[in-house]
Design a protein around this ligand. Structure first.
Ligand code: HEM
Length: 152
């Protein structure tokens, strides 16, 4: 079955998406409250590696950056608030358009579901004193109960 990663357009599409999304995190008035405006040279690349793995591509975040717990730790003590979480989801989905990912409704819905799920975890672990330890592997998100779009 085609992975979300392949359906998205593979590595080039995911790298484009990560770069566009992170660029917007630095200029968006709500998201720049948490991301700042200066930017980090490594963020977009690390995000691309995470998304590659989560969407069923090569396990780049596990191999290169320390896996699930490392990602949780990046969010420790960031005190993400609900409006910032919700804005992250909206900006990410807009970035999918800008990066030229397929607009197929079932694909986009699955991305949205991942984003809602992942950002809720980011919000939780970003609160002061939250547990950021984890033995879990990096999750792999598939097409879910509805399955892939008819043509995939
Ligand atoms: C699906 C949800 C999310 C994913 C996949 C994700 C991914 C990442 C990655 C890969 C990093 C590490 C960057 C690096 O190594 O340089 C990171 C750091 C960070 N994330 Fe997230 N994130 C998510 C949700 C959020 C949300 C909702 C916020 C706030 C609105 C947020 C704010 C931050 C901040 C402030 C950092 C650390 C500072 C920085 O590198 O700019 N993240 N995130």
């Amino acid at each position: 079955m085609t992975t979300l990663y392949d359906y998205a357009g593979g590595r080039d599409a995911i790298v484009r998406l990560a770069e566009i999304h992170y660029g917007r995190c630095l200029t968006d008035p709500v998201l720049s409250q948490v991301f700042g405006t200066q930017g980090s040279a490594t963020h977009a690349g690390h995000l691309a590696d995470w998304l590659t793995e989560v969407f069923g591509g090569p396990k780049l975040y596990t191999e290169r950056h320390g896996g699930h717990e490392a990602l949780l730790r990046h969010h420790a003590n960031r005190s993400i608030a609900e409006p910032q979480r919700a804005r992250f989801v909206a900006v990410f989905l807009e970035s999918c358009d800008a990066a030229g990912l397929p607009a197929e409704p079932r694909f986009r819905e699955r991305l949205r579901e991942y984003l809602e799920w992942g950002t809720a975890i980011a919000l939780d672990v970003s609160q002061p004193g939250a547990d950021v330890t984890s033995d879990d592997p990096v999750p792999v998100w598939d097409w879910g109960p509805a399955g892939p779009p008819p043509r995939a």
